[in-house]
Write a protein that binds this ligand. Structure first.
Ligand code: IMP
Ligand code: MG
Length: 170
């Protein structure tokens, strides 16, 4: 597996430090009714480090979105699993691994806004600097990266590499 790794972009320590900083910012900014929604599968590792640093009561749930594209881009989006908790009048934070074209997060933001939450914010670990196809902006960003394909810390290529504790370029 590791023979395809070209370069480590962020070490395990850098990632947990960033999750701690973002969790502290969310603690400062949000009200007392936080619902953290992870986008499966890529956000699972980031979400687990992030929520350890949100010093408020929070409800955690997940969505699964599938896209009819290849594994590197998103095509037509379909919500495969929705949240099962009520978000009316709650501060929702969508947690994503990476914001690329913005299609996935724009789709999810719209979906949640229909459920009458108090607010919907986006927290993404990585934000690609490339021009977005959709108008969606993250409220919390871990790192801005160049237009590279990265894996690890939840992110996959063909379902592999999610378990790496660091983020790397393949
Ligand atoms: P978007 O809808 O184009 O913003 O793409 C978001 C989804 O594409 C992410 O949730 C990832 O699953 C996938 N993706 C985009 N870029 C990468 C990458 O560099 N590595 C792994 N997955 C990626
Ligand atoms: Mg993915």
């Amino acid at each position: 597996m590791k023979e395809n790794i070209k370069e480590i972009l962020y070490t395990s320590q850098q990632l947990t430090d960033k999750a701690a900083a973002l969790g502290a910012a969310i603690t400062r900014d949000c009200g007392d009714d936080i619902v953290v929604v992870g986008v499966l599968k890529g956000s699972f590792m980031f979400l687990s480090d992030l929520v350890k640093n949100i010093d408020k009561d929070c409800v955690i749930d997940f969505v699964r979105v599938s896209s009819y594209g290849d594994s590197m881009t998103s095509g037509e989006l379909v919500l495969k699993t929705d949240i099962s908790v009520d978000i009316e009048n709650k501060d929702v934070i969508i947690v994503e691994d990476i914001l690329d074209t913005g299609k996935t997060l724009e789709f999810l933001k719209r979906h949640f806004e229909e459920k009458n939450p108090r607010s919907v914010k986006i927290c993404t670990l990585l934000d690609k600097k490339v021009k977005k196809e959709c108008y969606v902006k993250a409220d919390y960003v871990g790192f801005e990266i160049e237009d590279l394909f990265v894996v690890g810390y939840g992110l996959d290529y063909g379902e592999k590499y999610r378990n790496l504790p660091y983020i790397a370029v393949i």
